[in-house]
Write a protein that binds this ligand. Structure first.
Ligand SMILES: Nc1ncnc2c1ncn2[C@@H]1O[C@H](COP(=O)(O)OP(=O)(O)OP(=O)(O)O)[C@@H](O)[C@H]1O
Length: 228
């Protein structure tokens, strides 16, 4: 487990992003800056179309900003070549999506091990960690099951375990409880925050859910391309 520190491990400076349209480009992010340190949790809220997913895509290094910089653990991911960037992403960033994005043909434990595949065959350490994480999310008895055999809340818990496999610096969650009933949503968000705290990762959650947003230590709204 990483000891939490207070120096910012995510530094975002002056991000801008626009998409081409038939008319003027659609400006989605505009001079957006943000700094977060190990152990921080942030809810990003805002109306539909305000740019929350676009921000998450850029922080997740899945899309590039037009201008501005993202620094994760002192490194500029966008300066890396494609293969190195893919490895950096797998090592430093855990993703959790509303529809979990588990691979249907892989078992629960194989899904949790997917981030390790970018580095070759999962090591015994990876396999031990996957087992431990599945224990922590209460799924030790379901290692060999397929995602289709699990409930929505159980699938989301597998996605949480997968996001933590590589002990990431940053966990990015897009509506992680969006498909769940209130009680299941509350238990999944409690679990996510507990595990995020235990590894000292930064957690950024995009959500329309008031109850999930209020569980995070901080909350910011995307307004006219900036976080306020
Ligand atoms: N690849 C793209 N090409 C063109 N326009 C895009 C693209 N991606 C997003 N947009 C536009 O950018 C704006 C912001 O989209 P984004 O998905 O980031 O919003 P959001 O805040 O996540 O919305 P929601 O809460 O509905 O998921 C929208 O108007 C969207 O249509």
């Amino acid at each position: 487990m990483n000891a939490p520190s207070t120096s910012p491990s995510l530094i975002v400076k002056n991000l801008s992003k626009a998409f081409p349209t038939a008319g003027d480009p659609l400006r989605v992010l505009s001079d957006l800056s943000l700094e977060l340190a190990s152990g921080d949790s942030l809810a990003v809220v805002g109306p539909s179309g305000s740019g929350k997913s676009t921000l998450l895509q850029i922080l997740g290094t899945l899309d590039r900003p037009d201008t501005g910089t993202v620094t994760i653990d002192g490194a500029d991911p966008f300066a890396l070549a494609e293969k190195e960037l893919a490895q950096f992403r797998n090592q430093k960033i855990g993703f959790i999506f509303q529809d979990h994005h588990l691979l249907p043909q892989l078992t629960v434990i194989e899904n949790v091990l997917v981030p390790a595949l970018a580095f070759g065959k999962p090591s015994p350490t990876d396999i031990g960690r996957a087992n431990d994480l599945l224990g922590e999310v209460g799924l030790s008895g379901r290692l060999g099951h397929l995602p289709g055999e699990l409930s929505g809340g159980e699938r989301e818990r597998v996605a949480i375990a997968r996001s933590l496999l590589m002990q990431p610096t940053l966990i990015l969650a897009d509506e992680p409880t969006g498909n769940l009933d209130r009680k299941t949503a509350d238990s999944v968000s409690e679990l996510l925050l507990r595990l995020q705290q235990s590894v000292g990762a930064i957690l950024i959650t995009v959500t329309h859910s008031e109850s999930l947003a209020s569980a995070m230590a901080d909350r910011k709204e995307l307004v006219e391309g900036r976080l306020v």
